[in-house]
Design a protein around this ligand. Structure first.
Ligand code: C5P
Length: 222
């Protein structure tokens, strides 16, 4: 029997990061934040002064990354080649660069095995854009989490405010639209809802509401 995977895909700001982390915690399973891997490639490229268009060089960098996701004092950290990059990969610039390098098939290919190595007992909750379609097509449960662009821009704005960052709601809205378009229109692993995924629209749901729906699906299939 295969080790169970729950795949949670959706656009930026749909809440899949928070939902997946909490779901993994509740089930006692591992968690893969695949977006963090694309962000790490972007950050590494920036450090190494590699152009975001140089697919071959980016793929080499991606294969050399030494990544750890330790939990320090209850907080999930991202460590790259020994350096704590938890906050460095979260800013909007790094996200935008990540979505540029993510269109390159060489980069996606370089990250494929790395992502599959997270499939460890007792199970994995994986979030991203292509978890259910490409990386774990045999996932036991696939969820496609959406929300309106304004709801997502609003959430991102509040999140940034809480971190003391003064963001502009209109530009967040435009950035989200642009990143959505790029993620949906790329030729390799575009953001699409898998045929066998359950769609959940979180525009009018809070975190507990979404989590409750997913837990019901998990129990129904268990
Ligand atoms: O989810 P997050 O915003 O951290 O992802 C950053 C970027 O990485 C996304 O805009 C997307 O282009 C890319 N990505 C991807 N495939 C994934 C996860 C993220 O292409 N599975």
């Amino acid at each position: 029997d295969q080790i169970p995977v729950i795949a949670i895909d959706g656009p930026s700001g749909s809440g899949k990061g928070t939902i997946s982390r909490l779901l993994a915690q509740r089930l006692g399973w591992h968690w893969l934040d695949s977006g963090a891997l694309y962000r790490l490639v972007a950050l590494t490229a920036q450090h190494a002064a590699v152009s975001p268009d140089d697919a071959a060089a980016l793929a080499v960098l991606a294969r050399q990354m030494r990544i750890a996701f330790p939990v320090v004092e209850g907080q999930g950290k991202v460590v790259l080649n020994g350096e704590d990059v938890t906050s460095a990969i979260r800013d909007e610039a790094c996200g935008a660069l990540a979505s540029r390098v993510a269109v390159l098939p060489e980069v996606r290919d370089a990250l494929l095995d790395l992502q599959r190595r997270f499939r460890v007992l007792p199970g994995l909750v994986a979030d991203g854009r292509d978890m259910g379609t490409v990386v774990f097509p045999d996932a036991a449960l696939k969820v496609f989490l959406t929300a309106s662009v304004s709801a997502r821009a609003d959430r991102r704005w509040k999140q940034l405010r809480e971190q003391g960052v003064d963001a502009n709601l209109n530009s967040l809205y435009r950035d989200l639209e642009q990143r959505d378009a790029r993620d949906r229109q790329r030729t390799v692993s575009p953001l699409v809802c898998a045929a066998d995924a359950v769609k959940i629209d979180s525009t009018d749901l809070d975190i507990d509401g979404v989590l409750g729906r997913i837990m019901t699906l998990v129990l129904d299939r268990g």
